[in-house]
Design a protein around this ligand. Structure first.
Ligand SMILES: Cc1ncc(COP(=O)(O)O)c(C=O)c1O
Length: 455
């Protein structure tokens, strides 16, 4: 039996600034566009977000100070521990050293509160009374409900219906923190009513839930909208993960060769990876891999285009890999990875060859999750299992090649609210979903005629 290796930081060693990768891109990100195809200014986002967050969204500054009030709340669970997965290594018989940054230690159970606390705080000081949002598997809705409780805001969450039905305890978590959670599509918004009229059994999608939350936010002065992924400021808030990881590796005198994270909208991946992407831009040799589901292969198969973030096209057009804003992915259990688009910054990294992407089927991921739980103890979220499956692939390859390498993954959240998915897996009820070329082509019709980003 091997002794647990856990690398911790003190409160004083917590990062005091967020890192903005935009400052280091050689080619700048293409700008977001309005419905007329022209670049939008910050004021176009003002009905939806407070100005302090819009400033962060468009900022080119490399570093932004984290306010003391935010640090004070993040300290409830940060710095998060970096573990070495020695039992998993032994089980695999690999010469690779495997580390994981455990973001499941937050009160809501994932990395999502890293930005939820920041967004709730900036809204509060800007005078917002109420936040609306969407949630896939429920992790983001829980994180925002928790964060609104911490700073004193109301919170309304539109939860993708398939996940609402699969994960009933998530709604109760949100309710416990004072958040209101409704299934999406709902009868509460025009866009929801329209979708239900066409398809009363619609399983929902993140794109639909975003439209509903946006529709409600723009109708009232003191209500704003909060997004749990994709946007530049969200990716920036998550960089505390990678900045801490770097300090933890410094403490033990190791340097990771491979960085791995699952990617839904891209935020947890960005959080761990972006400080290392900076190193790569400045000449360091490191492999950085984003892992997505084969049922929703945004980075690996979808084109790099201008598209909207939601089904009703209420968001600006963003340059990103996208399966089309009307795409409704197969109902896999990793609800947080069922998004048609990808963070513009993560998409840009893939396009520029800074980051690799891979897609995996869910049965391989559940197998990996169970192996992880039986060796390392922690039960991962279905989203996180994609990162674990990729780590196992890399570790097995190291074994074949007889090469030692240091692998680190973002362990983005625990799966204690996802046990019905594990049950379905154990009962043999899950299957793999490969998106066919014909279905992908059909889904992409909705972007015909939209502007194209520079090659
Ligand atoms: C545990 C967990 N990991 C990963 C994700 C994917 O989101 P993102 O790509 O923004 O990190 C989610 C989204 O809900 C999640 O709950």
């Amino acid at each position: 039996m091997s002794e647990q290796i856990k690398v911790v930081l003190t409160d004083d060693e917590m990062p005091r600034q967020w890192y903005n990768l935009q400052a280091d891109f050689e080619k700048p990100l293409p700008p977001p566009l309005g419905p007329d195809g022209n670049p939008i200014g910050p004021e176009a986002l003002a009905p939806v977000f407070p100005m302090n967050l819009i400033e962060q969204e468009v900022s080119q500054e490399r570093w932004t100070d984290i306010p003391e009030a935010i640090l004070g709340i993040l300290k409830m669970w940060r710095p998060s521990p970096l573990y070495r997965a020695t039992r998993l290594e032994q089980h695999l018989g690999t010469p690779a050293k495997i580390y994981y940054k455990n973001e499941g230690v937050s009160p809501a159970g994932s990395h999502k509160p890293n930005t939820a606390i920041a967004q709730a705080y900036y809204n509060k000081i800007a005078g917002t009374k109420r936040l609306t949002t969407e949630t896939g598997a429920g992790q983001w809705g829980s994180a925002l409900s928790f964060s609104c409780a911490m700073v004193g805001l109301e919170c309304k969450v539109y939860m993708v219906r398939i996940s609402f039905d699969q994960k009933p305890f998530r709604k109760i978590m949100m309710q416990t923190w004072g958040g209101e959670c409704v299934p999406s599509p709902s009868e509460m918004t025009e866009v929801g009513r329209k979708i239900l009229a066409d398809d009363p059994n619609c399983p929902g999608s993140l794109g639909i839930a975003i439209s509903e939350a946006l529709e409600e936010a723009v109708q009232s002065e003191d209500t704003k909208y909060s997004l749990g992924s994709v946007l530049n400021h969200v990716c920036m808030h998550q960089t505390v993960i990678g900045l801490e990881a770097k300090k933890q590796f410094e403490k033990i005198g190791e340097t990771p060769d491979v960085i791995i994270g699952c990617a839904g909208g891209g935020s947890n991946f960005a959080g761990l990876a972006f400080p290392y992407v900076c190193d790569k831009i400045h000449g360091k040799d490191v492999r950085i891999i984003a892992v997505e589901p084969a049922a929703c292969p945004t980075l690996t198969r979808a084109p790099y285009v201008y598209d909207s973030g939601d089904v009703a096209m209420m968001t600006p057009l963003m340059a990103m890999h996208s399966l089309g804003h009307t795409f409704v992915p197969a109902p896999i259990h990793a609800g947080g990875l069922r998004y048609h688009g990808m963070a513009p910054m993560v998409s840009h990294c893939v396009k520029e060859g800074l980051v690799e992407a891979n897609s995996l089927h869910q049965l391989e991921c559940y197998k990996a999750a169970v192996t992880f739980a039986r060796t390392e103890g922690f039960i991962p979220a279905p989203e996180t299992s994609h990162a674990i499956a990729q780590v196992i692939r890399e570790a097995n390859q190291a074994k074949e090649e007889g090469k030692e390498k240091v692998i680190v993954m973002n362990w983005s959240g625990h799966g204690l609210m996802d046990l019905s998915a594990y049950q379905a897996y154990f009962d043999g009820k899950l299957s793999d979903h490969e998106l066919s070329d014909a279905d992908m082509e059909k889904a992409l019709h909705c972007i015909d005629g939209l502007p194209k980003p520079p090659a």
